[in-house]
Design a protein around this ligand. Structure first.
Ligand SMILES: [Zn+2]
Length: 111
């Protein structure tokens, strides 16, 4: 089965293929988790950019709000190359603002 899926904000279209509804369901889920963040969790602005930072050959995937400078970081699944938004802290607690953080130069911390 083939499927054309367009993200909620209409900016990205995917061509998906799967042997079953379960395959397609899973593929759509992966896309929605990564590509359907449409507003900044801090300021609710819609000017979001996809950014990949290379630090010492480690790649960091994040969404960045061009209105307020907040960002949402993504982690990588160990298998399959998929990404997921980091919405929890290292202890497994949900982060405020859906995981969007802003660097505070005064405290040198993400907030
Ligand atoms: Zn923002």
């Amino acid at each position: 089965m083939k499927l054309s899926y367009t993200t909620k904000n209409g900016r990205i279209r995917f061509e998906l293929e799967g042997d079953s509804q379960r395959d397609l369901f899973a593929e759509i889920g992966k896309i929605q988790e990564v590509f359907e963040e449409t507003v900044c969790g801090k300021c609710r602005g819609e000017n979001i950019k996809f950014v990949v930072r290379n630090v010492d050959d480690n790649l960091y995937y994040e969404l960045r709000c061009t209105d307020c400078g907040a960002r949402l970081s993504f982690g990588a699944h160990k298998k399959g190359g998929g990404l997921f938004p980091k919405r929890k802290d290292a202890d497994g607690n949900w982060l405020p603002d859906g995981g969007w953080v802003k660097w505070n130069p005064k405290t040198s911390q993400n907030e």
